[in-house]
Write a protein that binds this ligand. Structure first.
Ligand code: UD1
Ligand code: UDP
Length: 382
């Protein structure tokens, strides 16, 4: 059985690494990994850490790429590889442009698609943009859905996706997180220096496209927090997107308590998260990881597709309003009870066994259904 995984960005690399490792270990599966290269440096760090050597590297990234040009270049380059390899199943992850194109090009070749991290929804088509629509389209294209949580499964059932084709597995990010935290780790000198001080650390990341026009408010809140709390420092690995870097440059000047650094490799990032007091982010994956490390997260977005974390009390939506971020962050810095009640919550996103579960489903019963039942059913609909 030949299974092709298609991925291209940092979070897809991190979350598919445990799945690819499990596929590679299985003697009955021929695993083919295709890296579109939608990201370059940020993904290369992940490949090195998890010792993944893709069979194909498309080097697609261009500086400041638009979604439109990226999509068309991806369709042109991914299609001939899928045609040549003719896998029995294509696995994609999440909601990026690579995910959508991977699923769509496989579908056009009438190859069944398995969607890892299926069923996340905000039901607001512009938030996150374009990810919400990407994942909805991918769930329509996919034959098999690996949902991280029961509520993700319910979202799919609500959209009339057959419940027999949905399996709840937990999120593979927890597999990756546990794999990394179990290994001994030493910070490089620059990070060691940051953590020498006794200050409380706020870890900040921002990258969402729909937030680009409002990022200045997030950064102004950070400037105020640091100015008013001398015992606080901010560690901010700045995403490589040139538009984000321009706003960071314009809003955050030289400040010894705001450490603007390059994106960290995953191992360093996880350990920085462990050492931090709280996290402010618009990232998806970090909303799942931080609760696993007992860190409260202020989500700098107006919507989240991870309501489990909000309901559990470990995530709080604060949007991009300067005032709201400033107020909520200050509350957690000064009110120990509020802080402890957010930090003490256990992780609702998985137990570290998602990848094994996915691969065993593919191998054992589900794959038979895919080849004998699902594909026929798909073809009948055409
Ligand atoms: C993409 C995904 C988003 C995901 C995010 C993870 C889409 C539309 N967006 O957004 O869903 O949450 O990745 O980070 O698929 N760049 C580099 N080096 C890198 C990576 C990016 O220089 O290793 C720069 C390039 O100038 C690139 C730009 O960042 O053009 C934007 O990258 P792109 O993948 O288009 O969008 P992201 O905002 O990273
Ligand atoms: N991450 C990392 N280095 C960094 C920032 C983030 O390795 O400097 C990891 C983080 O732990 C998480 C993933 O990147 O697993 C999240 O990626 P991102 O926020 O870019 O994308 P999203 O999850 O929002 O799609």
């Amino acid at each position: 059985m030949k299974v092709m995984t298609i991925f291209g960005t940092r979070p897809e690399g991190i979350k598919m690494a445990p799945v690819i490792q499990a596929l590679n270990r299985d003697p009955f599966i021929e695993s083919v990994a295709l890296n579109t290269g939608q990201h370059k440096e940020m993904l290369d760090q992940v490949l090195e850490l998890f010792q993944l050597v893709p069979d194909y590297n498309l080097h697609i990234m261009k500086n400041g790429q638009t979604v439109e040009e990226l999509t068309s270049r991806l369709i042109q380059t991914v299609t001939p590889i899928i045609q040549k390899e003719a896998p029995d199943l294509v696995l994609v992850h999440g909601d990026t442009t690579t995910t959508l194109v991977g699923a769509y090009t496989a579908f056009l070749q009438k190859i069944p698609v398995g969607h890892v991290e299926a069923g996340l929804r905000t039901d607001n088509k512009y938030s996150p943009f374009p990810e919400e629509i990407n994942r909805q389209l991918v769930d329509r294209l996919a034959s098999y859905h690996f949902a991280a949580t029961p509520s993700n499964k319910q979202n799919l059932i609500d959209e009339k996706i057959n419940a027999d084709h949905i399996i709840v597995t937990g999120n593979t990010v927890i597999d990756a997180l546990l794999q990394i935290t179990e290994q001994p780790h030493l910070f490089p000198a620059a990070l060691k220096k940051i953590f020498k001080s006794e200050k409380k650390t706020i870890l900040l990341t921002t990258h969402r496209r729909e937030n680009l026009k409002d990022l200045q408010y997030v950064y102004r809140a950070i400037n105020r927090i640091v100015k008013e709390n001398k015992d606080v420092q901010v560690v901010f690995p700045v995403h490589k997107n040139p538009k984000i870097r321009a706003t960071v440059r314009a809003e955050i000047g030289e400040n010894e308590n705001i450490h603007l650094i390059e994106p960290l490799d995953y191992q360093d990032f996880v350990h920085v998260m462990k050492q931090s007091y709280l996290v402010i982010t618009d990232s998806g994956g970090i909303q799942e990881e931080a609760p696993g490390l007992g860190k409260p997260v202020l989500v700098a977005r107006n919507t989240t597709e991870r309501p489990e974390g909000v309901e559990a009390g470990t995530l709080k939506l604060v949007g991009t309003s300067e005032e709201k971020i400033y107020t909520e962050c200050t509350r957690l810095l000064v009110n120990e009870t509020a802080y402890k009640s957010m930090a003490a919550i256990s992780n609702p996103f998985g137990n570290g066994e998602a990848a094994a579960h996915i691969v065993s489903c593919i191998k054992n019963n589900i794959f038979e259904n895919i080849s004998e039942g699902m594909l026929e059913e798909t073809l009948e609909r055409i």
